[in-house]
Ligand binder design. Sequence first.
Ligand code: FES
Ligand code: FE2
Length: 410
Amino acid sequence: MEDSVADSDVADTGTAYGFAPGRPNLELAQVGPGTGYGEVLRRYWQPIGLAADAGPVPRQVRVLGEDLILFRTGSGEPGLLYPRCAHRGASLFYGGVEPDGIRCCYHGWLFDPEGRCLEQPCEPGNGLHRDRIRQPWYAVRERYGLIWAYLGDPARKPLLPRYDVLENVGPDEQLISDDTGVGGGGPAFLDFNWLQHWENVLDPFHVPILHGRFSGFQFSPEMALMPEVRFEYTARGVRSTQVRALGDGRTLRRVTEVMFPNLRVVASPRLAPGPTNILGWVVPCDDYSFRIFTVARDADPEFLVRLRAAHDGKPWRALTEAEHQRMPGDYECQKSQGPITLHSDDHLTTTDQGVAMLRRMMARQIKAVAAGGDPPGVAFSPADDMVAIEGGNYFETGASPGGRPPGTPA
Ligand code: FES
Ligand SMILES: [Fe+2]
């Protein structure tokens, strides 16, 4: 049999032979001290634990690449200290919590939540020079059932913000805080770069494909319609407006926001109408892992449990390996992009406009912060500390563009 012309005379193009993988954009992805976006993240308060995580037993916390010890004194004050004792370095993880602070187990130095050394019991006079010692510490606050820490320059510390959708909670409802990740399925501990998750918030086009077709149908039938989408910069980040004609004379206008430095405002995919009742903070532990702190407001204390996505009715952790492959969700997509995705290999297209806008805004803010400026949304006056949330599901009647089945021309 003769070789075909194609096999013998024309070189194949685009094969994987010699393909060289690209590089991550570390300026955006890394979070440690002195890194590009790490310094932007440090200009805002970050949730680092649930209120109950600060207690009488010291707890190790890893946040923005730093290892710290969280505790709550016997008098109820939370503290967040550098772990290596200022004396000779034993970890305060093994310390004992007392009414006024935490006592190192090795020689008994006692530190208050701001790192002041209150006692040195082995020293003459209980340590005549103990006021020269300061255990490195960070400021912490409590709000909405979370512990918040400020890991940045103390001279630039903003006010801890309030969010209008979490304020003035009525007698029939409550705030529910959670750190186990809420979304399209996945484990509580997320073992890949945080930005892969955060920028996914501005990717509404994956919803009808991944969640409507691959994941074993998640969320609601309306979400499986391909939306018409508009992306816009806001004063605090980037917003997408997704419009779907529902076929019954109604239009769903769904607004999703990301706010600097790592807040996601994603309304219920079960399409509860009105402004969202859920906010989520994507908090990096380090460059390769993150946690999601969620605060919801609802009458049902199990609201977040019910919101968790299933795959053909099964929870993510109950899936077999074969089912994970057959019904992938957000976790499988984002984790498989790599420990830190290779941003230079991406081919951003029309529908990636939101992702591209976010990356550009992050790069601009890295420069602004490095030049001594303030990043967006930080408030230094009580008159400015309330954040207005627009994200939500808004149902409207009347003619509208938008809403087409997947795969049809826009
Ligand atoms: S190492 Fe902590 S008191 Fe000595
Ligand atoms: Fe998703």
